[in-house]
Design a protein around this ligand. Structure first.
Ligand code: M6R
Length: 616
């Protein structure tokens, strides 16, 4: 959580930093701030509660002829949402200015030590402690403050810190220089022409340069407009590897849509196509993946799969469990990454671990991956963000190529993950018992998917009307069976996240084991009723809800659901079961979106949330 941007170069830092922060706002939007050099060699700090637009309204970047600055958008951890707790933080002696993403776990001990030395504090944050610690270590050195002495003070301070950090730092005695460091929180260096940048992710940099260096944990970077050096914890210099970003800056624009979430919902035909492009092996009736880094032999030996993820990605893992077990007959378990990390899950020798993460930066998933690799398991990732830490640290993987997902509520990343998991089920199935004919049917399904997603999106106006009717309920149940149970969970999560309506997902048949007590005219249900062997059972569940005066929205691909049985009937196109969960998801995304809009919610930046969860 939290986004940081730093700039050193010949342009005005103000507008560059504000634009960068706007791109990173998905990481947190409790407060925002910038610290920039003024012409008079003074550093000016401006901080505002709330979104970046509040900050932008209060700085006049065009007046600031500053070529160096740092900035921050906050998701509060330590200390309330106040201007004093907003970043950048300044040391008591006005030497060190710092923007921090992460958590300093031992900040209380460090603060007591600094207080006993007479250092003063103005905020409740762990980050101010770090600013003061660096300044304290700097002041303890004799002689003139130089780039070297600042580096030394930063390194000495970081050696005392327990926790995580991505940092952008300026020192008042070393103009025209920025310092950055990371451990556990992402930090990227942008290498431009006569300018350099630091940022939590590439989206904040892309408008200025496509050349980036992904920094590793424990590295300290020092940058001026013309050069940068990276050192490791033993102070040896690292030869940087410069990567090129392949997506365009305008991919992160709204392109005329009112919200990123809606834009991303409508990007799903191409997101699913990007997920399967180049991965269908028509001749062999299977799919293919270039980056798993496993031999055919090793793939045949997999006797168990463990999927680890959080939130929406965990839901896609659950759908993956059903699909892989159905088509490949390999036992699959799905764990929350945060749970996996702290329990000693018994695992078979030939377990393949799959981590799923849109951002590739979720700390729980990253640490779960590290734990699994430490134990010697081969870990592959299904990741959207190519340069992310999870993607760089795993043993192999499958990139989603969905393009940037900005809306906090994940949409296109989820359906892209489902597409990949379904193709993986096909691939693993074809190394075992799945027939060529069955494989070809699945390939046909993938090829038809973008068209079917587009057809399903045509239901949007009808779903908007339904949403308006249902926007004022306080509780919802989402019901589905088999691979549509996790889709029901995902539908409930979407509604909770962006509309703040309480919603729960259940396997349809579980309803009568408890949740049925909630049913009344005040608690509607959304039932996923596919045209398969469970249809009759689902129709019975609907009857049971209706008998208790519950309103029902039915989403189905069957023509056999009597209109009289549902208060609202949404009929989606028929499809092969391996892609049906994808199509069933779309009406759920749309209904949540339109309910949130009807309630006037901030759809792309719902309260209390951040897109990328980089604290435990
Ligand atoms: O970036 P990741 O896929 O690792 O993120 C995992 C969750 O934090 C994420 O899916 C979250 O649940 C979304 N807000 C869901 O819409």
């Amino acid at each position: 959580m939290c986004g940081i941007v730093g700039y050193v170069g010949h342009d005005n830092a103000g507008p560059i930093l504000i634009n960068g922060l706007k791109r990173l706002e998905y990481r947190g939007y409790d407060s925002a701030g910038i610290a920039v050099w003024q012409t008079d060699d003074d550093i000016r700090v401006t901080r505002e509660i709330g979104k970046v637009k509040n900050l932008a309204a209060n700085v006049s970047p065009e007046e600031e002829d500053a070529g160096t600055g740092i900035s921050h958008t906050r998701w509060a951890t330590h200390g309330g949402v106040t201007e004093l707790n907003a970043h950048p933080h300044r040391s008591w002696d006005k030497q060190i200015y710092l923007a921090h993403n992460g958590v300093i776990e031992n900040y209380e001990t460090l603060k007591s030590m600094l207080l006993s030395e007479g250092v003063t504090f103005y905020s409740e944050t762990d980050s101010e402690v770090l600013a003061n610690l660096i300044a304290f270590n700097l002041a303890s050195q004799r002689g003139k403050v130089t780039t070297k002495s600042v580096q030394k003070a930063i390194r000495a301070s970081l050696n005392l810190v327990e926790g995580t950090y991505g940092l952008a730092i300026m020192c008042a005695s070393v103009p025209g220089t920025l310092f950055g460091a990371r451990k556990g929180s992402p930090l990227i260096l942008g290498v431009g022409k006569h300018e350099m940048m630091l940022a939590s992710d590439a989206s904040a940099i892309r408008a200025r340069t496509s050349e980036v260096v992904y920094l590793d944990d424990n590295q300290l970077v020092t940058l001026t407009d013309e050069r940068f050096t990276i050192t490791t914890s033993d102070d040896s210099e690292v030869k940087p590897e410069i990567s090129t970003l392949h997506w365009r800056d305008d991919e992160a624009d709204l392109a005329g849509y009112e919200h990123y979430m809606l834009k991303e919902i409508y990007e799903q035909p191409s997101a699913v196509e990007n997920a399967f492009r180049g991965r269908l092996d028509i001749e062999e009736g299977t799919s293919k993946f270039g980056g798993l880094n496993l031999t055919r032999q090793q793939i045949r030996q997999i006797d168990r799969i463990l999927i680890v993820a959080c939130g929406t990605a965990w839901h896609s893992g659950l759908v993956g469990e059903y699909l892989i077990e159905k088509y490949a007959r390999i036992p699959v378990e799905v764990e929350y990454a945060s749970e996996f990390r702290y329990r000693n899950t018994p695992m078979e020798k030939n377990t393949l671990v799959i981590v799923i993460s849109q951002s590739g930066e979720t700390i729980d998933t990253l640490e779960a991956q590290r734990e699994a690799r430490r134990k010697g398991y081969h870990v592959i990732g299904i990741i959207n963000n190519v340069g992310s830490t999870i993607a760089r640290e795993n043993d192999g993987g499958i990139f989603q190529h969905s393009g940037p997902e900005i809306g906090v509520a994940s949409t296109k990343a989820f359906t892209s993950q489902l597409t990949i998991l379904s193709m993986l089920a096909l691939y693993l199935g074809r190394t075992r018992d799945l027939s060529y004919t069955d494989g070809c049917e699945m390939l046909d399904a993938f090829k038809s998917l973008p068209g079917l997603v587009s057809q399903t999106l045509e239901l949007a106006p009808a779903i908007e009307k339904i949403a308006k009717k249902f926007a004022h309920y306080d509780d919802f149940l989402f019901l589905g069976r088999l691979e549509l149970f996790p889709v029901a969970l995902e539908g409930a999560l979407k509604l909770k996240e962006i509309s703040y309506i309480h919603a729960e997902g259940y396997p349809s048949a579980e309803m009568k084991h408890g949740p049925i007590a909630l049913i009344s005219e005040k608690c509607p249900s959304l039932v996923l009723a596919p045209d398969d062997e469970t249809l009759r059972k689902n129709l019975s569940s609907i009857q049971e809800v209706r008998a208790r005066k519950g309103k029902v929205i039915v989403v189905t691909d069957s023509n056999e659901v009597p209109a009289s049985l549902a208060d609202e009937l949404v009929i989606i196109p028929k499809a092969h079961p391996c892609i049906r969960p994808i199509l069933m998801t779309i009406p759920l995304q749309l209904i949540s979106y339109y309910i949130a809009v009807e309630l006037g919610r901030d759809v792309d930046k719902p309260r209390n949330l951040a897109k990328s969860v980089t604290v435990e």
